[in-house]
Design a protein around this ligand. Structure first.
Ligand code: G3I
Length: 323
């Protein structure tokens, strides 16, 4: 039977993709599924392009980890979503704990972006330029960039990325902005902020780290997407989709609910032409980030720990096939 990326493309989407990470690429059975471009037409490096790896000390750039994933994707004919530039987490301590003025931190941010985006120029279909800049109430998160530079660090990051790779699609990326509410309103504000500064923003990435049985309705998912498009971006994507259980192990009814929830997100993307694709945040429970962060939670992905397809896989597949 047809596989997810094939089905997504037949339904008019650009890709169905997965994140991956460097350590996993030595797992042959895992790689055999990941490298199949009929299954995954797009890859996101889960860690390797983050600041702590790419500029661990000031002016010392290291693209070993990111390159390994980007090269892997290119050799398989898979699109790359590049991730991420201005983010408060996984920052090297020289940035996070540095003593900065507006001018010095602006220069650090510009230099980082110019170097990294320049290094990957032409290889990234899109960049998650700014990641997780919002609190749950829609206000700006007090990260080092905001505290020192103010909200203008956001348009500044978009300008620097556009200058270094004019062809990349530039995204604001965050979680809990899939449905409607204060944080989702904050993401609309960011689109306006960037555009009002005269900078380019092409897309909103809705991470979609969701919980089984509690996801937004398809109608709310579509309302959210349409509000981004109305604010002036030309595309959106589900960029880090996983739908976890809060207690383990799931029973059959739980797995069926998870499948339904994956189907709902897939339907929402299919319903809006400007939703270019869906990326799951790795494809197997074997390598999910969830248990390490939310103890006792997990089983969030469409493939189980033994790389067997779960009911969620069948539902994504049948929803795509019916489109
Ligand atoms: O590289 C070190 C390794 O040297 C060390 O031995 C090991 C021991 O702890 O840690 C390794 O680093 C870990 C890294 O993943 C690579 O595996 C970090 O501890 C761990 O915190 C880090 O977690 C990542 C997390 O971001 C950090 O915030 C997850 O893998 C990654 O999936 C996750 O991804 C984020 C997105 O970037 C943004 N949205 C949320 C999403 C989930 O948290």
């Amino acid at each position: 039977s047809a596989q997810l990326n094939q089905l997504a493309k037949a339904a008019g989407k650009l890709y169905f993709g997965s994140a991956t990470d460097n350590g996993e690429l030595t797992d042959a059975a895992y790689v055999a599924i990941l490298e199949d471009a009929n299954m995954f037409g797009q890859i996101t490096p889960g860690n390797g392009q983050k600041w702590e790896y790419t500029e661990p000390s000031q002016g010392q750039f290291d693209y070993t980890s990111g390159d390994q994933i980007v090269d892997f994707a290119e050799s398989n004919g898979q699109i790359v979503r590049c991730h991420t530039l201005a983010w408060y987490s996984q920052l090297p301590s020289w940035v996070g704990d540095g003593t900065w003025t507006v001018d010095t931190l602006t220069s650090v941010l510009n230099t980082h972006i110019a170097n990294e985006v320049g290094h990957y120029k032409g290889q990234c279909r899109s960049w998650d330029v700014v990641n997780e800049a919002l609190n749950e109430d829609g206000t700006y998160r007090e990260n080092v960039f905001y505290t020192v530079i103010g909200e203008s660090y956001i348009p500044l990051a978009f300008e620097a990325t556009a200058a270094a790779d004019p062809d990349a699609k530039l995204y604001y990326n965050d979680y809990n902005i899939e449905g409607t509410g204060a944080k989702q309103d904050g993401a609309v504000t960011i689109i306006n902020l960037v555009k009002d500064a005269g900078a380019k923003i092409d897309g909103v990435g809705m991470q979609a780290h969701l919980i089984v049985g509690t996801i937004p309705t398809q109608s709310d998912l579509e309302t959210s997407i349409n509000s981004y498009l109305s604010a002036g971006v030309t595309e959106v994507a589900y960029t880090e989709l996983d739908i976890r259980f809060s207690s383990l192990p799931p029973d059959d009814a739980g797995l069926q609910q998870q499948a339904t929830d994956y189907g709902t997100v897939t339907q929402a993307c299919l319903a809006v032409d400007a939703c270019v694709g869906i990326t799951i945040w790795d494809y197997t429970d074997k390598y999910s980030w969830i248990p390490g962060v939310f103890a006792g939670s997990g089983a969030a992905l469409p493939w189980d720990e033994n790389l067997s397809e779960k009911p969620a896989y069948s539902t994504i597949s049948s929803v795509l096939a019916a489109a």
